[in-house]
Design a protein around this ligand. Structure first.
Ligand SMILES: Nc1ncnc2c1ncn2[C@@H]1O[C@H](COP(=O)(O)OP(=O)(O)O)[C@@H](O)[C@H]1O
Ligand SMILES: N[C@@H](CCOP(=O)(O)O)C(=O)O
Length: 294
């Protein structure tokens, strides 16, 4: 086995009304450096100086499960994990870890998985494809599972600055899904899908002002989650004063995301960081590569 390095970007799902179907890859990365070894060694970013119990590690478990699907066993290796994706903040850390685990098995066991197979395995584990697809393909991806098939489409690169407001508290995705209704009235469903359609069409046509307005009109999840998100109204209202197009919950939260006119992002970051002392306010780039193996 040769040495290799797996890199997977973070992702911000939903972009407002694209609930469970839209996600944007951003330039924060989980990496695994993998080398041959006589026995398993797993060093994790959460305890960089310590060897972790690899059998209990989420990424190892995903890799093992993937290998077993193909009736193979993982051969031992040394894995050094590093990551700048914060956990449980709405930046798709679990999806990135799942894709990393699938790719680890793919490389170690020579599974020759297609990207469609990785998307399918990842989506089965995560439950929805909106983080998995951009983590795999990069960019802004719309994806949906219907009749046991996953269809996806990558949007053209957006000409916007992307700002993230990352608080120092966690919110588990499961918890933020538990507050959502089981069903929606026909009226709400019609409005919510119409709003989502306008967001996609306006992003495609470069009408970012309209996109930002409609991103903030989500009916599927934001009204139910707003109370779980620290400073939801403050971030949305104050960022607007600095000219952003629109601000939404990133994934299930508690991070929020703004799209801003290209070139204006740094000044928005500086002003908003002053207001949000204990947050990390970041200007990020869209990642366009997705999963890479070198
Ligand atoms: N690199 C990782 N290593 C181990 N576990 C991880 C890793 N990334 C994510 N996880 C698991 O996923 C959980 C976060 O997933 P989730 O609640 O869906 O939030 P998010 O995906 O928005 O970060 C973590 O608490 C942890 O259990
Ligand atoms: N569509 C999902 C996305 C969850 O993303 P995460 O980054 O919070 O895991 C949802 O909104 O529940």
């Amino acid at each position: 086995m040769k040495s290799f390095k797996i890199s997977v970007p973070a992702s911000s799902a939903n972009i407002g009304p694209g609930f469970d179907s839209m996600g944007l890859a951003v330039n924060l990365y989980l990496t695994l450096e993998v080398t041959e070894s006589e026995e398993w060694e797993f060093y994790s970013h959460s305890s960089p100086s310590n060897r972790t119990n690899y059998k209990e590690h989420f990424i190892y478990k995903i890799a093992k499960q993937t290998a077993e699907r193909h009736h193979k066993q993982l051969t031992p290796c040394k894995v050094v994990e590093t990551s700048d994706i914060p956990l449980a903040r709405g930046l798709g850390s679990s999806a990135s870890a799942i894709i990393a685990g699938i790719e680890l098995a793919n490389q170690v066991c020579d599974l020759s998985l297609t990207s469609e197979a990785k998307l399918r395995y990842g989506t089965e584990i995560e439950g929805h494809p909106d983080n998995i697809a951009p983590a795999l393909y990069g960019g802004l991806v719309i994806s949906i599972v219907t009749e046991d098939e996953i269809d996806w489409i990558q949007m053209p690169t957006l000409d916007v600055d992307v700002i993230l407001y990352i608080p120092n508290v966690e919110l588990k995705t499961d918890e933020a899904r538990n507050v959502l209704p089981d069903s929606y009235s026909r009226n709400d469903a019609t409005s919510a899908s119409g709003i989502s359609n306008i967001v996609v069409a306006s992003l495609l046509s470069g009408n970012y002002k309209l996109a930002g307005k409609m991103m903030e009109r989500d009916i599927f999840h934001e009204p139910y989650r707003a109370n779980l998100i620290p400073n939801f109204n403050k971030i949305r209202n104050e960022s607007k004063k600095y000219g952003v197009y629109g601000t939404v919950i990133s994934g299930a939260g508690p991070t929020m995301l703004s799209f801003a006119p290209k070139g204006s992002g740094q000044s928005v970051v500086e002003q908003m960081q002053d207001l949000l002392g204990n947050y990390q306010v970041k200007l990020l780039e869209m990642d366009v590569q997705g999963l890479t193996v070198k």
